[in-house]
Design a protein around this ligand. Structure first.
Ligand code: G4F
Length: 327
């Protein structure tokens, strides 16, 4: 039975990846922070059979202990402070967790790998946020990185540290440069879920407006369930490498609003939307669109869910969830 350790298992991607690996017959271990983590039950209910081990990305000794207990063949490092807006207010903490945390997991994996004869494979969740002020359209694995947020800077550190461990120690360490990926499991602080929840509440007469920041930013949005398959595929390759994972299509926040209101059969969406400085960022990533040709050619990966279906899926889920709350 192949054994996998997932950091960040309580998040959207961690849950989808755990489900995927369990369906493939893996024994799955998840790193979880704190003895009384409120998300403990969520993981147990969503993916029964996963073993949760306590540890912290900022504490390398706890990671050494977790690696020794899990004895994984594959390590997926998804754990991070992942909300970009928060990273300006907590730049130091974000650097520690999202940046140095990667080094801690790499080092714990290297130390653990030295105790076993089998190869331990490592996946790092890099991000399109690293492209920031984009230097090329669309963005590929070779595009110059120009991060625009403390989160993006921390991700660049983790990305290059992963490459450095691959080159210094011959580790099978791969980095997935994932563009925005969403689902009904997305946290409500991210714009897609904020919009799908608000649209559902407006449709049900529970709310009369949605307050947002920049409506002109453009993102390449895919479905998280498709993207975790790419993570797994990367670790099944004979050689470790870096891959852009994206749909190749970009949409503005306005397009997102139009699609979400249309999914709820509301035409005149503009009258429900208000902009507020509070949600503007000190530096914006204006345009992201990825070229995933390398992943398509070498991994045989392609996205299955398009933008309209993704938004429709999220609005439908939130309509059901919000209706159940008022019943
Ligand atoms: O949904 P967002 O917060 O996602 P963002 O910043 O692109 O980051 C996400 O994707 C990255 C991949 O590129 C990940 F690395 C990262 O961890 C995270 O998953 O914001 C998307 C866009 C931004 O341009 C933001 O300014 O939406 C704009 N926006 C406009 N109004 C808003 C809002 N974003 C949020 N969260 N809330 C608003 O009210």
């Amino acid at each position: 039975m192949t054994r996998a350790l997932i950091t960040g298992i309580t998040g959207q991607d961690g849950l989808y990846l755990a489900e995927l690996l369990v369906s493939k017959g893996y024994e799955v271990f998840g790193l979880i922070r704190g003895q009384n983590n409120p998300k403990y039950d969520l993981v147990r209910q969503t993916v029964p059979g996963v073993t949760l081990l306590t540890g912290d990305l900022t504490d390398v000794s706890s990671l050494v202990r977790v690696l020794a207990a899990a004895q994984p063949d594959e390590v997926y490092n998804l754990g991070a402070i992942s909300f970009v807006a928060y990273s300006w207010e907590n730049a130091s903490l974000t650097s520690d967790v999202t940046g140095k945390g990667v080094l801690n997991v790499l080092e714990a994996t290297r130390l653990y790998a030295a105790t076993t004869t089998s190869e331990v494979r490592f996946y790092q969740a890099s991000s399109s946020e690293m492209f920031g002020k984009v230097q090329q359209v669309p963005q590929t694995e070779a595009t110059l990185l120009w991060p625009r947020s403390p989160y993006g800077v921390a991700k660049v550190f983790g990305h290059y540290m992963t490459i450095n461990y691959r080159e210094s120690y011959g580790m099978h360490a791969s980095s997935g440069i994932l563009f925005n990926h969403e689902s009904p499991r997305r946290g409500p602080e991210f714009v897609t879920r904020k919009v799908s929840q608000a649209v559902a509440r407006i449709k049900l007469g529970l709310k009369d407006e949605i307050v947002l920041g920049n409506l002109d930013a453009k993102r390449d949005w895919g479905f998280a369930g498709d993207y975790v398959e790419a993570m797994w595929l990367m670790l099944q390759q004979p050689e470790a490498d870096d891959y852009v994972i994206a749909t190749g299509k970009t949409h503005s926040i306005r397009d997102l609003l139009a699609a979400a209101f249309a999914a709820a059969e509301i035409d005149d969406w503009e009258r429900y939307v208000r902009q507020d400085e509070r949600f503007m960022r000190p530096a914006e990533v204006d345009l992201l669109v990825g070229d995933a040709s390398k992943a398509r050619e070498r991994l045989g990966w392609k996205p299955r869910v398009d933008f309209e279906s993704l938004v429709g899926m999220m609005v439908e889920n939130d309509l059901a969830e919000q209706s159940a709350l008022v019943r």
